[in-house]
Ligand binder design. Structure first.
Ligand SMILES: Nc1ncnc2c1ncn2[C@@H]1O[C@H](COP(=O)(O)OP(=O)(O)OP(=O)(O)O)[C@@H](O)[C@H]1O
Ligand SMILES: CC(C)(CO)[C@@H](O)C(=O)[O-]
Length: 289
């Protein structure tokens, strides 16, 4: 039965390191790498557009809002088109900053897929919905591996790139408090649109290290090495990582944003005023309205 409305929660995802793998087929394209999913995430509410009585109501049908403001996320539009739900209203809500390395666009796309499928009884399986959201995110150039990681939860390790059925995931078994501070955006589209050869070589090295020792401290250390080798570090991020290190903690840069994330109380101990959450244990899911 079709309820005409549904809500999904999708964890944020910070990538610690990655290599980019292109392909004409967006379900085959993606990234290898690893990162951390967060209990801070994105809530997506999908409902049948209320045509209402007024011209303004009718014009607002099929509208996306982001934290209450009318806006658009390309990958969400593509997901709705694929699920024959372009007339739906979509409300995206998040405390995470957009464009700062938390995979908000991937989360919004995956949340829209899960919620639209449920609201309109489209009968797709979880793998199919993850595939739709992954393909939309890749096609829009706003991410490569966030969607599959967010679907899984925990500390996802992307062993092979691509959507379910193509890619392969593992994970670092771990639970921890995570702190983060954001200094601003870094354009994913720009970095992915440039030459990614050096970055990808550094990402493959980092993945080999983590596979040999799948523990959180190794993930953080490999992430720091990656950010330097891939030439992505920005000064305020480097400074914060050094300050956390000097205070005895573990921090790294979130790809792709001017964002630092740390384990435990790393950033607080270094004198920053971070946001705090935990590693998300469950992955993307439908929730009660
Ligand atoms: N206020 C906003 N700031 C930035 N992007 C916005 C905003 N509102 C909508 N968007 C759309 O959201 C998407 C943001 O994608 P982008 O990949 O840059 O960010 P992200 O997914 O949050 O982070 P990242 O990929 O760095 O982890 C784009 O499609 C952009 O057009
Ligand atoms: C490319 C990327 C770093 C953008 O957030 C992410 O999607 C990833 O790890 O593939």
């Amino acid at each position: 039965m079709s309820s005409q409305r549904a809500t999904a929660f999708v964890p944020g995802h910070v990538t610690a390191f990655f290599s980019a793998h292109r392909d004409d087929d967006p379900t085959v394209a993606g990234s290898r790498g690893a990162g951390v999913t967060l209990t801070d995430g994105v809530t997506v509410r999908v409902s049948a557009a209320d045509d209402g009585d007024t011209v303004a109501d009718a014009a607002a049908a099929g509208e996306t809002t982001i934290d209450g403001e009318v806006g658009s996320i390309g990958a969400v539009d593509d997901v709705l088109a694929e699920l024959d739900a372009t007339a739906a209203d979509v409300a995206v809500e998040t405390d995470l900053p957009i464009g700062a390395g938390f995979g908000v666009s991937g989360a919004a796309a995956l949340g829209a897929a899960l919620a639209a499928n449920d609201a309109f009884d489209r009968g797709r399986s979880e793998n199919e919905l993850v595939r739709v959201a992954h393909a939309a995110e890749v096609d829009r150039g706003t991410g490569l591996g966030d969607v599959v990681a967010q679907a899984r939860g925990g500390v996802p390790v992307r062993l092979e790139p691509g959507a379910p059925g193509v890619g392969e995931l593992d994970g670092v078994p771990a639970s921890a408090r995570v702190e983060y501070v954001t200094f601003g955006e870094l354009s994913t589209e720009e970095v992915l649109g440039g030459d990614t050869d050096a970055l990808s070589a550094a990402g493959e090295d980092a993945l080999d290290r983590l596979r040999a020792d799948p523990r959180l401290p190794t993930l953080m250390d490999a992430a720091r090495g990656f950010a330097g080798e891939a030439d992505l570090l920005v000064p305020e991020v480097a400074e914060a990582i050094d300050a956390v290190d000097a205070a005895g903690g573990e921090a790294a840069m979130a790809m792709l944003g001017r964002t630092v994330f740390a384990l435990g109380t790393g950033l607080s101990d270094a004198g920053y005023d971070p946001e705090a959450c935990r590693i998300d244990a469950a992955g993307a899911r439908l929730v009660d309205d």
